[in-house]
Design a protein around this ligand. Structure first.
Ligand SMILES: Cc1cc2nc3c(=O)[nH]c(=O)nc-3n(C[C@H](O)[C@H](O)[C@H](O)COP(=O)(O)O)c2cc1C
Length: 173
């Protein structure tokens, strides 16, 4: 079983999760940015593809890569600023995974929280008035403070478990 981990990242959160996933796969499993997808990507039996959530979907770079993944087994993971148990998280993960070609069955999905770029928070607080869902409020401050701690050791452990579960499900299929 030849596997590879691909990830898209702006500020490093999704890369950390990708590296945790790769560490749970056989030694030597490549872990590379979507900007360096190997030319022989079609020769991999299993691809883990990771994106950062951009306005409720997958970021642009990962969208382009996902569209090209016709591999037998594809598992999807992501990081986002919001609560990973929220409907927004589940919807963003599904919306992102929908960029895979038709007929590709998703072998597993995983999402966890990731620190939001402080520059983006500042921009949103300037752009949106208090009271707006993206404007400054105690709730938004609390959300960003929580996100700033992620991905943490527990998230990375869950990511490893996710990888192990995907591989076990494929082996038992
Ligand atoms: C332009 C932009 C749009 C974002 N949109 C969302 C969003 O819709 N929902 C969300 O929960 N987080 C959103 N985020 C937060 C990122 O998804 C989150 O911080 C992620 O962990 C960043 O991953 P990275 O460090 O791998 O780039 C957005 C961040 C940026 C910069």
């Amino acid at each position: 079983m030849k596997s590879i981990v691909l990830y898209s990242t702006r500020t490093g959160n999704t890369k950390k999760v990708a590296e945790a996933i790769a560490s749970a796969l056989p030694a030597g499993t490549p872990c590379v940015s979507v900007k360096e997808v190997p030319a022989d990507i079609a020769s991999y039996d299993c691809v883990f593809i990771g994106f950062w959530v951009d306005r409720g979907s997958a970021d642009k770079d990962s969208q382009e890569t996902m569209k090209q993944l016709h591999n037998k087994h594809v598992a999807v993971f992501a990081t986002l600023g919001a609560d990973p148990k929220s409907p927004h998280a589940a919807e963003s993960l599904d919306k992102g995974a929908a960029f895979l070609p038709e007929g590709v069955q998703v072998a597993g999905k995983f999402i966890c929280q990731g620190a939001v770029d402080p520059k983006l928070i500042e921009m949103m607080y300037k752009q949106f008035p208090a009271g707006h869902p993206h404007g400054k409020s105690p709730e938004r401050d609390a959300l960003h403070a929580e996100a700033a701690k992620h991905p943490d050791a527990a998230d990375l452990e869950q990511a490893k478990q996710f990888a192990a579960n995907v591989m076990a499900a494929i082996a038992n299929a």
